[in-house]
Structures are given as C-alpha cells and as structure tokens.
Ligand binder design. Structure first.
Ligand SMILES: [Zn+2]
Ligand SMILES: [Zn+2]
Length: 151
C-alpha cells in the first residue's frame, strides 16, 4: 500500500492515509469522477475562481480513511468557515456587471470597454462603499443607505 491516499487537487501534494484534509461545500466538487480534496484552506481557496464559485461556499475539514481497507465510521465532518467568518478580508472581487457596463458605454459613445475597467470601477465602488459604511456606523445604523454615498 502506498503512503498516499490522494494528491491535493490544487498543489498535488500527497495526502497521507488518515491525514486531515479539506473538501469543498459545493456538491459538484464532491460527486462524480472528480472528488476534489485539498491539503489546506488556501488550496481550497485557490480552486474557487477556477470553478467560478460564488461566495457562500466554505471548506469542510475531513479526515482521509486510515487505510485502503474497509473504512470504519468516518469522523464527523467539520465545517470550516473561511478565515474571517464569512469571507476573507476585503475580497477583491469584480462588483460591476460587465455586460451592462459595456452596453452603457456602447449606447453612450459606441466605444468598446476593456476588461480591466471592471476592476478599476470595482475599486471605486468598494472605496465609496467603505466610506458609506463608516458613515452609517457613526450614525449608529447597521443599514447602508443611499444618503451615505453623498459626498
Ligand atoms: Zn494543496
Ligand atoms: Zn468547489
């Protein structure tokens, strides 16, 4: 019997029998021919863009079977919330709907829009939203409102 149960789906590092590993909370990553296993949360994190997961997924801590023989009762899976509770701190995700923005630019000027515009605008939206959150917080609200965006 080899020492390796399965390789990590991201970095290919071998996972030993009985080792702790992480799997994805998304069903399609755990069924069918490709059952994805990860050696660490960061390796799990790395597959999210590739699988175009939305937020709301998480890594599940699990243990590899002790051996290739008949498995005993598997240890209960433990849900591992992403570091920080729900999402990693300040995820740099694109917040702009590319198709809508391209339509708008085209309608305004018949210009094309390059892909990196979505990132640039997302940064602006993110910064403005952080300011608005701060403003709502100083007023003791937990709801960000349109007026928080008035500069
Ligand atoms: Zn790995
Ligand atoms: Zn997944």
């Amino acid at each position: 019997m080899s020492d390796t149960w399965k390789p990590c789906s991201t970095c290919k590092k071998p996972l030993a029998w009985g080792a702790r590993y992480y799997k994805c909370s998304v069903t399609t990553c755990n069924s069918g021919r490709f059952q994805l296993v990860f050696c660490s949360v960061s390796c799990w994190d790395a597959h999210n863009p590739a699988m175009s997961h939305r937020s709301g997924t998480w890594a599940v801590e699990a243990f590899a079977p002790k051996s290739a023989g008949p498995t005993g009762t598997p240890e209960a899976d433990r849900r591992v919330v992403r570091p920080g509770g729900s999402a990693p701190p300040a995820p740099e995700e694109v917040l702009i709907i590319a198709s809508r923005l391209k339509e708008f630019v085209h309608a305004e000027a018949q210009f094309n829009t390059s892909a990196d515009v979505m990132e640039a605008l997302s940064t602006i939206v993110r910064d403005a939203t952080r300011d608005a959150i701060a403003r709502a917080r100083t007023e003791g609200r937990r709801t960000v409102m349109a007026r928080d965006f008035r500069r």
